[in-house]
Design a protein around this ligand. Structure first.
Ligand code: NAP
Length: 242
């Protein structure tokens, strides 16, 4: 029997990351989810993953702390021996008009949404290079493509992730590692629950917010169903152009 694929999903305990974890578990992967602090949500997700037959585990670490990330990757390799799929999904918002944006809110978003992708992908790419195979998927956003007023920090981080996706795709292709980004529009999660939903829906051609599962299906497609897509940014946004 072929070895089960091992997937690491940062911020996999809630929202989009959780839906990705469940979708990959349904497809037969062993899934490691990372989270920042909400242990209850993480434990619940692990139970759901195990019920799907996944050898699942939750690991708490702050993706914006390089030392903690490196220790966690070592721990994962000791236990699982490989990482086939990495989804850089953990992210936060600290929205506000640029003129009033504090340096802390700028740095928190850049560190958690962008620098984290370096901290996690760098050791994982080394492992994938040795394996001569792997898939990296970065969770970007339409804000990183079009820019969004009130989200200069977030748009910058997500645009950076897209640049990283395209550069890494070229660098790692010869080692059989594919790197793509998914750019969600407005998806129904804790991150968007306080936004004015009716006003947003008016602007979405498909007339609904996305569900986390809409993103998860795309992640599963990029991770497991395709073999010839790399360096792409797939918009999953109901047709919205912001
Ligand atoms: P969410 O529901 O707020 O979940 C965020 C997840 O990230 C949680 O698992 C959280 O862990 C984890 N996390 C946050 N900061 C972390 C840190 N420093 N270290 C480790 N884990 C951390 O968010 P979501 O809406 O699912 O968003 C997931 C990704 O999609 C983000 O990158 C976001 O920018 C992107 N995105 C979302 C939307 C949308 O409309 N929702 C649109 C475009 C892009 P805890 O549970 O422990 O806090």
């Amino acid at each position: 029997m072929e070895d089960k694929k091992v997937a690491l999903i940062t911020g996999g305990s809630r929202g989009i990351g959780k839906a990705c974890a469940l979708e990959l578990a349904k497809a037969g992967c062993d899934v490691i989810i990372n989270y920042a602090g909400n242990e209850e949500a993480a434990n619940k997700t692990v139970e759901e993953l195990k019920a799907l037959g996944s050898n699942a585990k939750a690991i708490k670490f702050d993706v914006s702390n390089q030392e903690l990330v490196e220790n966690a990757i070592k721990q994962i390799i000791d236990e699982y021996k490989k990482i086939d799929i990495l989804v850089n999904n953990a992210g936060i918002t600290r929205d506000g008009l640029f003129m009033r944006m504090s340096a802390q809110n700028w740095l928190d978003v850049i560190n958690t949404n962008l620098n984290s992708a370096y901290y996690v992908s760098n050791p994982v790419a080394k492992i994938m290079i040795k394996q001569r195979s792997g898939v990296i998927i970065n969770m970007a956003s339409i804000s990183g493509i079009y820019g969004n007023a009130g989200q200069a920090n977030y748009s910058t981080a997500k645009a950076g992730l897209i640049g990283m996706t395209k550069a890494l795709a070229k660098e790692l292709a010869s080692r059989n590692i594919r790197v793509n980004a998914v750019a969600p529009g407005f998806i129904q999660t804790d991150m968007t629950k306080d936004l004015p939903q009716e006003q947003i829906i008016e602007r979405i051609p498909l007339k609904r917010l996305g569900e986390p599962e809409d993103i998860a299906k795309t992640v599963k497609f990029l991770a497991l169903d395709t073999t010839y897509i790399t360096g792409q940014v797939i918009g999953v946004d109901g047709g919205l152009v912001i």
